[in-house]
Design a protein around this ligand. Sequence first.
Ligand SMILES: [Zn+2]
Length: 441
Amino acid sequence: MEGCDLLLVASWVLPMVPSGTVLKDHAVAIRNGRIVALLPEAEANARFAPRSRELLHEQVLLPGLINAHCHAAMTVMRGLADDLPLMTWLQEHIWPAEAKWVGAGMVRDGARLAAAEMFLRGVTCVNDMYFFPDVSAQSLQKIGMRAVVGLPVLEFPTAWAGNAAHYLDRAEQVFNEFSAESRLRFALAPHAPYTVSDESFLRVRTLSDQLQLPVHVHVHETAFEVDDAFAKNGERPFSRLQRLGLVNEKLIAVHMTQLTQREIDACAQFGVSVVHCPESNLKLASGFCPVDALMKAGARVVLGTDGCASNNDLDVFGEMRTAAMLAKAVAKNAAAFPAHAALEAATIRAAEALGWAEDIGSIEPGKAADLISVDLSRFTQQPVFQPASQLVYTDAGSRVKNVWVEGEYRVRDGELIADDLAVLNGLAQHWGERIRVGQAA
Ligand SMILES: [Zn+2]
């Protein structure tokens, strides 16, 4: 008999590779935080003598979800300004609130709250973008969330940096400070074409080549952004990024609601990853990402929640459902973005987008044991004809039972064990009170 630390035996396993696979009564063996085997239950019982065994009866086991676009620390601004268009929301509410509140304390607590919320909804990895990325990195590392931490670049001053050169210097410092952490990686995160100059984008490109980092940026979020840029410079923002040499396999382009067929083809041809944030786009009335057209062209589409101030939660299950439904309406085709495609967008495709597919995104021997199990036993998820349908089209996010990162429980039997709920409730209340009093003053 072969030893292993943990043997997970589940009614269904969705490994994501090969595409659309559903395995009944299979087991996953884990040793030293890595997956060593995926095999039928009977074979697993004959081969392994596990130190511990978990029977996931009427549960589906799948890779941990990846939130491919988030501003984790913004949990403390949940519901601060709702029902407003993007530029009003950003310029009149979010930027002034950030000018007042962004600092190490807010980012530390906000990122911690975000990580706990995401664990409870089955997210094991986040691609984040915010100020004080060193503080986010510490919070995420402490709670045990895998992360790609975005190193922000903007032209205007914030509490984090004074100008673009300063942001870039700090980006390099943070990258060096955490380079030994295996569950943390970094990306360069120029905020958007309308807040970053050509010169700074060229410096981002050089640094991205030098450090081999992805470039995570908001692009074509609204028609206004595109029209305004075209009126000012006679160039669409995506064309501008292409001229500056940033349209390549390292580009993680968020939103992309305004795309011509030529731009859609360019995404496929140059290996760009498009992060679709359907709930944020709907809430801010930003527009619709042409998911079906992108996928038909062969482009990679992944999913993100965006920050809590524009969503207002960090539930990737919710994004899968919204994305799957919205894609059908936009394409006028009920076969667009089916359940398995939505699940892949939140797992294996997202791992590829982050350049981390050698470790995460699917259940395959050799990969990290970043896994979740979802309970389908309750009548609200029954009967189960297709587990993927239940995961995407019912309220399955509320039925997340267990979450493991590198084989360690972060949620167990529905309870958060990565952090203390009472402390988290206190922190959220504390920031609510501080911001409320500050707004009134
Ligand atoms: Zn965003």
